[in-house]
Design a protein around this ligand. Structure first.
Ligand SMILES: [Zn+2]
Length: 212
């Protein structure tokens, strides 16, 4: 499952896990687990992240490989947030190839960058009543929100420049992966701006077409 930040990868992969009995491998979760468990890999990862650097391909691959080996499960997997670049994609193929497995489907959620940035960065939550607003699409007004403005909070890491950078990094690193999978006829591009249920319907259709 590929897609930039805010494309709804989490929601869609969650649906797939439930309906198709898949096992989700999320690198974000794996990284956090290693750090929490203070494994030697986890300590290494923590110091890299603390220094503000990106975790290397080697570490990412070790992490995936360790997890695949531990569970001895090489099928019905769904990867979320991985591979992040062409090297990781090639290495993933190598890891599963030795077990006689291959990737059967690559889903890419395509979104409009500016809209998604506004969706995320404009989000405001009221600390008092819990209502969620968006300063661009559904701003709090006198009629829909009674609490004082001071209760409205936004997440600090959601500012537009940070998001813009994350998008640019995503596109730069992911384009080669998309081409790599396209050449193997595995790539399915999906309109990530559609309604969540419609997106899922489209994904189900794609899976039905490859299961035969
Ligand atoms: Zn409120």
């Amino acid at each position: 499952m590929l897609g930039p930040p805010g494309a709804g990868k989490g929601t869609q992969s969650h649906n797939l896990v439930n309906d198709y009995n898949l096992r989700k491998i999320s690198t974000g979760e794996l990284l956090r687990k290693e750090i929490t468990n203070k494994t030697s890999l986890g300590n290494q990862i923590r110091s890299i992240m603390d220094s503000g650097s990106l975790v290397s391909d080697k570490i990412m691959n070790d992490l995936i490989s360790k997890n695949l080996l531990k569970n001895e499960i090489y099928e019905k997997l769904i990867f979320d947030g991985y591979p992040r670049n062409l090297n990781q994609a090639i290495e993933l193929d190598n890891m599963i190839k030795v077990k006689g497995k291959k990737i059967s489907c690559v889903l890419s959620l395509e979104v409009d960058k500016n809209t998604v940035i506004k969706r995320i960065s404009g989000r405001q939550t009221c600390a008092n009543c819990g209502l969620i607003f968006n300063k661009y699409f559904s701003p709090p007004t006198d009629s829909n929100h009674k609490c004082d403005k001071k209760f409205l909070i936004k997440r600090s890491d959601d500012n537009e420049t940070t998001l813009e950078n994350r998008f640019d990094t995503y596109y730069k690193k992911t384009l080669p992966i998309l081409n790599y999978y396209k050449k193997q006829n595995l790539l399915h591009k999906i309109n990530g701006m559609a309604e969540i249920n419609d997106i899922y319907k489209e994904i189900r259709g794609i899976i039905a077409s490859i299961e035969t």
